[in-house]
Design a protein around this ligand. Structure first.
Ligand code: IDP
Ligand code: MG
Length: 150
């Protein structure tokens, strides 16, 4: 089963929205197979956002993402990369559809509450930054038959 990485960003933790965000992920049916609170440092930020290091907004992004603790989640489920991106909504909360996390809970692109990997390839790379293999759990949920078509 494919996996993806979600991060509740510092604004989500500070605003007391971690539970709301994680609850939406759980309600969707995605399975949490890893979870930890960490504070990213500059080195980790550069590694995680390697594609954005040269972008004009990177210094702002770096300050923001290292400004407080985040919650990293490893998630599993069929088409989980797309499922999470749909739950998140567009990068800019002002363009994100109502019903999505960013559409419902955010107002600015720099404070958009949640990260989600954008492809299976990125998910693999990003998960390896935040989780060791032994921090990822393999377990069955008795409800899986009601969520996942066999
Ligand atoms: P994504 O988070 O929807 O995948 P990306 O394009 O990968 O969006 O950008 C990574 C993060 O960088 C965004 O979530 C947002 O926090 C920040 N960001 C992107 N574009 C801008 C911008 O134009 N100004 C400020 N921050 C930005
Ligand atoms: Mg991205």
């Amino acid at each position: 089963m494919n996996k993806t990485l979600a991060l509740v960003k510092p604004d989500g933790v500070q605003r007391g929205l971690s539970g709301e965000i994680i609850s939406r992920i759980e309600k969707k049916g995605l399975k949490i197979v890893g979870m930890k609170m960490i504070r990213m440092d500059g080195e980790l930020a550069k590694l995680h956002y390697a594609d954005h290091v040269e972008k004009p907004f990177f210094p702002t992004l770096m300050d923001f993402i290292t400004s407080g603790p985040i919650i990293a989640l490893a998630l599993e489920g069929p088409n989980c990369v797309q499922a999470l991106r749909n739950l998140m909504g567009s990068t800019n909360p002002n363009e994100a559809t109502p019903g999505s996390i960013r559409g419902d809970l955010g107002l600015s692109v720099g404070n958009n509450l949640i990260h989600g990997s954008d492809s299976d390839e990125s998910a693999k790379r990003e998960l390896s930054i935040f989780f060791n293999e032994n921090e990822l759990f393999k377990y069955e949920r008795s409800i899986d038959g009601w969520i996942i078509e066999s």
